[in-house]
Design a protein around this ligand. Structure first.
Ligand code: PLP
Length: 388
């Protein structure tokens, strides 16, 4: 019998990070000393106080059951308290917050709850891939918002009004941005909300990197903007600020109707976050902030090692103000980002992500993640000196 994938699945581009990791694994299998600046996964450990909270909770039988639906009220309360402290935003734990098994699944599930076939979805490009795959699964039609250096990697909002009446229902936005590391000001977000309301577009704002920033004011939440809750939800996560990528804990918050759409999709697909992890998440959210402070110090130092090191060998790169990514224009000798990434791996045993993997507007760039120790960054620079 021949088994065909669904048309939906066939429409998906290959998931770039999986492809890159295959190439990395092959190089490692050959015994090569690979420096991995590819996938954005913190190399450092989850802090002990969170692991201790997990261990304690995991030992208790009451945490061993299906978590179901919105999970523990105490987690939603901790999220609400953290939003109040961090962003001065009030959220109702019962209706305006829904925990996620990592923000990725919520991002990918949202279109299933609000998009009908052929509804249009504005997706920035380059972008985090689930905005594209979530839209394809819901059979929505993607309209690309190119992010260009000359516009500080922000979408051209004035173009959105030109689409009025053309069936645009949802817009994804992500700042601090992966992969470009750009940040959005509050003024920009005010404009986003104004345009979204005027054109009746739902805004899905991905704020996964709000705690990773350097030399700038703290990045805002879109929910700080007056009236944002009328049209917007925000996705957030403990993955990046607390080195908890493998734990799978995040949330969606904001407009209660949109939150309930995600909740309804999820109620039919998964069974909630392991309750012991929810309790560990509360420990993270209620902590004093010194851990994310320390992470910022470490990434800042690594950023300076990489950017200054590469500048010294003639590759001029702007230092990112947020996220743990360096979004670097291709050195002149390469024709495209895949060719460059291949040569980095073949000749220097360095994994980087080709910009085109984040969409065609990412061509011409490479993304390097600051998720290796500074000694390895120095080694990477030394190796690149030989091939650039
Ligand atoms: N949003 C962006 C922009 C990301 O880069 C990532 C992960 O790399 C996520 C969301 C998902 O994070 P998680 O699913 O671990 O919460």
């Amino acid at each position: 019998m021949s088994i065909d994938f669904s048309e939906r699945l066939q429409k998906l581009p290959p998931y770039l990070f999986v492809e890159i990791d295959k190439a990395r694994q092959e190089a490692v299998r050959q015994g090569r000393d690979v420096i991995n600046l590819g996938v954005g996964d913190p190399d450092l450990a989850t802090p002990d106080f969170i692991i201790e909270a997990l261990n304690k909770a995991a030992a208790s039988v009451e945490n061993h059951h299906y978590a179901l639906d919105a999970g523990l009220l105490s987690l939603r309360q901790a999220i609400a308290n953290w939003y109040r402290r961090r962003f001065n935003v009030e959220l109702d734990p019962d209706t305006e917050i829904h925990p996620l098994i990592g923000s990725k699944e919520g991002i990918a599930h949202l279109p299933l709850g609000i998009i009908n076939p052929r509804d249009k979805v504005l997706v920035p490009q380059p972008c985090y891939p689930p905005y594209v795959s979530g839209t394809i699964f819901a059979e929505g039609k993607i309209i690309v918002m190119p992010l260009k250096a000359k516009n500080n990697f922000l979408p051209y909002l004035s173009k959105i009004s030109e689409l009025k009446g053309k069936g645009v229902k949802l817009m994804f936005l992500n700042y601090p941005n992966n992969p470009t590391s750009a940040v959005a000001t509050k003024e920009f977000l005010v404009e986003v909300i104004r345009i979204a309301k005027e054109n009746e577009i739902i805004v899905a704002y991905d704020n996964a990197y709000s705690e990773i920033y350097f030399d700038i004011d703290k990045p805002p939440s879109i929910l700080e903007i007056e009236g944002a809750k009328d049209v917007a939800v925000e996705f957030h996560s403990l993955s990046k600020a607390f080195n908890m990528t493998g734990w799978r804990i995040g949330w969606v918050c904001g407009n209660s109707k949109i939150v309930s759409a995600v909740a309804k999709v999820k109620a039919n697909i998964d069974s909630g976050i392991f309750q012991a992890i929810q309790l560990a998440g509360i420990a993270a959210l209620e902590s004093d902030g010194s851990f994310p402070d320390e992470m910022r110090r470490i990434y800042h130092e690594r950023r300076d090692y990489l950017v200054n090191g590469l500048r010294n060998i003639g590759w001029k790169i702007d230092p990112p103000q947020a996220t743990f990514y360096v979004w670097a224009k291709l050195p002149k000798k390469f024709n495209n980002s895949i060719e460059a990434a291949k040569e980095f791996l073949e000749k220097a045993d360095i994994v980087v992500t080709p910009g085109v993997g984040f969409g065609s507007d990412g061509e011409g760039y490479l993304r390097m993640a600051l998720t290796v120790p500074k000694e390895r960054i120095n080694q990477a620079v030394e190796r690149l000196k030989k091939i650039l």
